[in-house]
Design a protein around this ligand. Structure first.
Ligand SMILES: C[S@@+](CC[C@H](N)C(=O)[O-])C[C@H]1O[C@@H](n2cnc3c(N)ncnc32)[C@H](O)[C@@H]1O
Length: 309
């Protein structure tokens, strides 16, 4: 994976880093792994420069406030010097100078599209692909993902050094059918919660009709074919690993509702208004709890490792 010689300073980028306990944890893991590889190869330990990227509205200040503690830990574990910087911006634009990054990592971010696909007028009473969505809606979501993921690969290939590795994890599907339960179940329950608010007169039906989520959960074959067609990276193995994680009835509806709320609240609030958020997620928590009482809900993570040509 890191076959070429280690540079004196190893530049790492984490794209869609968010702000929370996981943000710096992932960086510790990456540094730890590179140290082990250096020891195995009998190479001098590099210094690290880490760029944490997310959209400008991300709470970078809270990450920066936890840096002194992080640096102390790094020092205690005798890792080489590490310098962390924020890089606000969309990963659908250039973020870094040419050939400046040695390793790119991103988890649970690349299934977010650059925008809501256009021409989804016929996806009424849905906010994502469901069994009732016409085929043209599935195609529109897929085409937006193809454009976005292809642009993402092309931008990153300019920024990463030749032979540099990129490791991506994101939500996807293990089944070809885009309306399969692999990915859509919780969004269907969120739609049901919105429809309940329409029936109670708290939300306009037209607002539900005009809202769609800017995300796409691709089938592994779709991902592989975009990587091959875009042409800048070699897949490290021909497999895109898929790992499932399961919400079962022991994860209470409220916990699941909170995790979905953390990710979707800004876009729902900007479309439907702040006032609907509490009632919406109260109904959603109830529907999720009822659903989990009868059925385990599976989510598929796609994990891909690739190398810049
Ligand atoms: C679910 S969080 C993932 C956080 C973290 N990487 C993890 O694995 O726990 C998704 C993050 O992707 C960010 N994101 C979505 N679209 C983005 C874009 N175009 N450019 C940069 N970040 C983006 C969101 O702001 C959010 O913080």
């Amino acid at each position: 994976m890191f076959s070429s010689s280690f540079p004196g300073c190893f530049n790492v980028a984490d794209l869609g880093c968010s702000s929370g306990p996981n943000t710096l944890l992932v960086i510790s893991k990456i540094i730890d792994t590179i140290h082990k590889l250096c020891h195995q190869a009998n190479k001098k330990l590099p210094e690290f420069q880490v760029f944490l990227n997310d959209l400008p509205r991300n709470d970078f200040n809270s990450i920066f406030q936890s840096l002194p503690e992080f640096y102390k830990r790094i020092k205690k574990e005798k890792f080489g010097p590490c310098f962390v910087a924020g890089m606000p911006g969309s990963f659908y634009e250039r973020l870094f100078p040419s050939r400046s990054i040695n390793f790119i990592h991103s988890s649970y971010s690349v299934h977010w599209l650059s925008k809501v696909p256009e021409k989804l007028e016929n996806n009424k009473r849905n906010i994502y692909i469901t069994k009732s969505s016409p085929p043209s809606v599935c195609q529109t979501f897929l085409e937006q993902f193809q454009r976005d993921f292809s642009a993402f690969l092309s931008l990153r290939s300019e920024e990463i050094v030749s032979g540099g590795p990129m490791f991506l994890t994101f939500l996807g599907r293990s089944i070809a059918d885009p309306s399969s339960k692999d990915c859509c179940c919780l969004l269907e329950l969120l739609t049901k919660s919105l429809i309940q608010l329409v029936n109670e007169g708290l939300v306009e039906e037209a607002d539900v009709d005009s809202f769609n989520m800017p995300c796409y959960f691709p089938y592994e074959e779709e991902v592989k074919s975009i990587v091959r067609e875009q042409g800048s990276f070699n897949l490290d193995t021909d497999d895109v690993n898929n790992k499932s994680f399961v919400f079962n009835k022991d994860r209470c509806g409220q916990n699941v509702a909170n995790s979905i709320r953390a990710v979707t609240e800004p876009m729902l609030a900007s479309h439907f208004g702040n006032a609907v958020i509490d009632p919406l997620f109260a109904r959603f928590a109830t529907l999720v709890a009822e659903h989990l009482a009868v059925e385990k809900t599976k989510y598929i993570s796609l994990v891909i490792s690739m190398t810049n040509k």
